[in-house]
Design a protein around this ligand. Sequence first.
Ligand code: PEP
Ligand code: MN
Length: 340
Amino acid sequence: MIIQLKHEISRDLIDQINSRLGVFGFKSTEVQTQSARYLVAIGNVEIDIRQIGCMSGVKDVHHVSDVYKLVSRKWKAAPTSIQIADDVSIKEGAFNIIAGPCAFESAEQIQSIVTFLSARGVKLLRGGAFKPRTSPYAFRGLGIEGLKLAHSIAHKHQMLVVSEVMEISQIGEMHDYIDVYQVGARNTQNFSLLHELGKVDKPILLKRGMSGTIEELLQSAEYIFASGNEKIILCERGIRTFEDAYRNTLDLNAVPLLKEKSHLPVVVDPSHGIGIRRYVSDLALAAIMAGADGVIFETHATPEKALSDGAQTLNFLEADRLITQLQETFAFRKCLKAVL
Ligand code: PEP
Ligand code: MN
């Protein structure tokens, strides 16, 4: 059960609600986010929720049967819009493109990508400064200096930066140089990291773990929300299955399901989803038709020379074509929805 509290509620009233919940057999947790205050009550008991709803200080009360609560659509039917800047929001009914290199490599590399993307109206630059690499001998990113470079070049072109945070100690040092923290597939269940990201004032792009179920992804999102940050963007990026013909199996089934189960926006990463450049564009377009609110893909002036993930990275010609096709396909989806 989710009990949304009134803004001005006193400590005394919260204690009264908590003790009433205790009498009914619920264990309640207080959640204070940047925009609201809740009690999340867990218990194997059936009650008439009006018994809580009528208490003073209670704004709203909802029964939520899902294991995740605050990210569930069962209490918040309206889709959540994640505002990143005055003119940039990730939300249902819009379509955002997040593009950039796998990793920031040099000022020249960042400049070429930002010049290319900003000229095409792309507002969100992706790129890693702290890279989770399977081999310790592979390029692991430029670190915070790379992020500072990316931030200053991107902001000069009115672009915003999305970059992966791998550990708690990086949250503070990255804060002033990013607009969205990305949680990578290898950290989707790093619960202490998620908990700390609940305390930041910036949106989180939360990737699905490579062997994570949809319910696990939503539970991870719940960690961030319950720790205080409501600004979460879910990202399907492919899961590991028995199929080894490609890097991962992009699970587009997840898109309509996540959108039905949660009020949070959903984006799709076809680059990591398949790992093979020539298929990335078709999957990005398929993601739109599956109902995604945006895509995140990798691009580089010379993918064959990229220091990471070159095999799945689009060159500018391919990225240019894809950006146009994404805009056309999104317009087509809108028309289709209008007539169906
Ligand atoms: C990335 O976005 O470059 C990345 C490492 O993604 P993932 O965590 O999905 O593997
Ligand atoms: Mn990558």
